[in-house]
Design a binder for this molecule. Structure first.
Ligand SMILES: Nc1nc2c(ncn2[C@@H]2O[C@H](COP(=O)(O)OP(=O)(O)OP(=O)(O)O)[C@@H](O)[C@H]2O)c(=O)[nH]1
Ligand SMILES: [Mg+2]
Length: 314
């Protein structure tokens, strides 16, 4: 029986029903009323999950690394969910198909859940839908949630930043660290991974990263720099250890709690902005302000005065 009832879906998903879980995330993604209800229902139950953001340039090896990390987490006896962001940008370049292939290793494992997400009309977009989905996954029992997003574009970088621990993946070679810096990834990294360390230029990249870290105002924790060859599963336990080390620092120093609070504030602001934007669009579509608008287009009043009249007459 197909149901969109939030309480039933949540209860079923808690019992391990993947179809219900998938539907919960889809409802959140689409921003339906049921999705809002699910976000509400799962909010308080989600507090025990830990989120790790994995970001970096397209093709840096994020999915390969994620898949290898999933294996390590499973060996430690923990459950893990992965959200792969499929941006509606030209950078997604077949990523999802690639991810499916790479993630196939885990397809039959009941302790792993892999899901891609895209913008599907959620009010507030992915920057709100992803944390809601992530909390829903936490609420149904996933202690770890990994969010993979390409480190290009403001929304994607913001999503990666809003994890408890953010891993930035770069590749060896001249300029990659500099590119990461330009994309705004330097400030958000808690752990750096130089993946494809089987290629030349690792030493130079490490040096560039160290130099940039020396110049960056640190948030009390200098990010470790780990070298990996993800497709050969080299350096993965070290990466996991660096994440765990940051996690214990963040937890004991209060950083995790303050970041979570800041994240919720941002989410609130995004939701409010989206509501207001929708309200504005609806209000402009009515006849009520047609005179103000025609006065403006005829040059009788300026846009700022027109805006003030509209705001004051809401
Ligand atoms: N030589 C080498 N190739 C690697 C390594 N890790 C991953 N690759 C390859 O790099 C390519 C891209 O890997 P992905 O894991 O799909 O990279 P991604 O960052 O998830 O890519 P997008 O999601 O499309 O941005 C694949 O062909 C991988 O097999 C590595 O350590 N060394
Ligand atoms: Mg990928």
């Amino acid at each position: 029986m197909k149901t969109n009832d939030p309480e039933i879906l949540f209860a079923q998903a808690c019992k391990g029903d993947r179809v219900s879980l998938a539907r919960m995330i889809s409802l959140i993604e689409r921003g339906t009323d049921e999705g809002d209800e699910i976000a509400k229902l799962t909010f308080t139950a989600s507090s025990h999950s830990y989120t790790v953001g994995i970001t970096g340039a397209p093709g840096a090896g994020k999915s390969t690394l994620t898949s290898a990390l999933v294996e390590v987490i499973r060996k430690n006896g923990q459950d893990v969910a992965v959200i792969a962001i499929d941006p509606s940008s030209p950078f997604s370049g077949g990523a999802i198909l690639g991810d499916r292939v790479r993630m196939q290793d885990h397809a039959l494992d009941s302790g792993v859940y892999i899901r891609s997400m895209a913008t599907r009309g959620h009010l507030g977009g992915l920057a709100v839908a992803v944390p809601e989905a992530s909390r829903a996954l936490g609420a149904v029992g996933f202690g770890n949630v990994i969010i993979e997003t390409v480190g290009v574009g403001q929304v994607e970088v913001e999503i990666a930043e809003e994890a408890d621990t953010t891993v930035v993946v770069v590749n060896p070679g001249w300029g990659d660290a500099v590119q990461a810096n330009k994309a705004g990834l330097m400030e958000i990294a808690d752990v750096f991974v130089i993946n494809k360390a089987d290629r030349p230029g690792v030493r130079e990249t490490r040096r560039d990263l160290e130099m940039m870290l020396d110049m960056t105002a640190l948030k009390g924790h200098r990010p470790s720099i780990i070298e990996t060859v993800a497709h050969e599963k080299k350096g993965i336990t070290q990466t996991y250890a660096a994440i765990a080390e940051h996690r214990s620092f963040a937890t004991s120093s209060g950083l995790a709690a303050s970041r979570r609070a800041a994240r919720l504030e941002k989410e609130l602001s995004r939701i409010l902005q989206a509501i207001i934007a929708k309200h504005v669009a609806q209000s402009l579509a009515t006849e009520r302000f047609s005179k103000v608008r025609s006065d403006m287009t005829r040059g009788l009043i300026d846009p700022r005065s027109a805006a003030r009249i509209i705001v004051e007459n809401q």
